[in-house]
Write a protein that binds this ligand. Structure first.
Ligand SMILES: Cc1cc2nc3c(=O)[nH]c(=O)nc-3n(C[C@H](O)[C@H](O)[C@H](O)COP(=O)(O)OP(=O)(O)OC[C@H]3O[C@@H](n4cnc5c(N)ncnc54)[C@H](O)[C@@H]3O)c2cc1C
Length: 257
């Protein structure tokens, strides 16, 4: 059993701008409430990070105290990988900033973003990124596992469309990873992980290359409308449905008997 003293908790709180929570606190219960409710692992302490600097500070703390670390993105890992027993859980749920540069065909999102949240932002520009089949899985966790969904036949895996990331390494370093920067890390992060590696001690803010949603609707009629219709019904979307969602929903309605 890890011996987390009050002074250790105070030290972590001083270095992390997000919430630091322990068992018995409501914020702790929120963080450990993952999709697979049968997973019984319970971390000794949770750092609900709001920035890469928070993640780096949390990792340094875990190293100093020799704590096991787990990382939560969307909390949808079947095996409950977001949780650890008696260690430090890094909860990225607060990190949901999404930005879309439609001209450059680039979208960025924080490490705790779900696919519904990223989809809402890209669809406002008529763009889409290959994600999974539902809206609530985490962008980072799904992408690190390869990521297969409605658009994969058309545009490949989610990991094929990840072009860069900000990565916090196990020693608390904050690095940019792309073909141009730290290319070895890039290959390890998403190609290696998809092949079975582990990135449990890192946090990843993704940069993705969207495709045209109009093209997707034209070319993959079987899949897209179903997913967008589900999204419009409110399964995890944070924004209002854009025009693309409405088009998809009306197409779906006309297909029904
Ligand atoms: C209902 C359901 C539907 C699914 N549908 C699909 C699907 O359509 N297509 C598909 O390919 N997969 C699908 N999956 C599988 C899913 O992609 C994986 O379980 C994935 O691990 C979930 O990622 P997450 O971020 O939501 O989960 P989490 O449990 O939060 O994270 C899983 C692991 O990923 C790592 N991780 C997460 N975020 C980060 C981050 N920001 N930085 C570094 N590491 C991170 C951590 O090691 C963590 O242990 C589905 C799973 C469920 C439960």
């Amino acid at each position: 059993m890890a011996n987390i003293t009050t002074s250790m908790v105070d030290e972590l709180r001083a270095n992390v701008s997000g919430t630091v929570a322990q068992p018995g606190e409501s914020s702790y219960d929120e963080a450990v409430n993952i999709w697979n409710a049968s997973c019984a692992r319970r971390p000794a302490i949770v750092a609900r990070c709001t920035s890469s600097a928070d993640v780096a500070a949390a990792l340094r703390f875990a190293r100093q105290q020799s704590l096991v670390v787990s990382v939560r993105g969307g909390g949808h890992n079947y095996a409950g990988g977001a949780l650890c027993d008696d260690g430090l859980m890094i909860d990225l749920t607060p990190m949901k900033a999404v930005s879309v540069d439609a001209g450059a065909r680039r979208a960025k999102c924080g490490g705790g973003t779900t696919w519904g949240e990223l989809d809402a932002a890209t669809q406002a520009h008529g763009l889409a990124i290959p994600g999974g089949f539902i809206s609530r899985t985490g962008v980072a966790g799904l992408t690190l596992g390869g990521g297969f969904g409605w658009l994969s036949r058309l545009a490949g895996l989610s990991s094929d469309n990840l072009v860069g990331a900000e990565v916090v390494t196990a020693d608390g370093g904050i690095l940019r990873a792309s073909d141009a920067d730290n290319a070895d890390l890039t290959r390890y992060q998403w190609n290696g992980r998809a092949a079975g590696g582990s990135t449990a001690n890192t946090k990843l803010d993704g940069e993705h290359q969207p495709i045209s949603l109009a093209a997707a609707l034209t070319r993959d009629r079987a899949g897209i409308p179903c997913r967008l219709l589900a999204a419009e019904q409110g399964s995890g979307l944070s924004g209002r449905p854009g025009p693309a969602l409405k088009v998809a929903a009306s197409r779906r309605a006309t297909q029904q008997p």
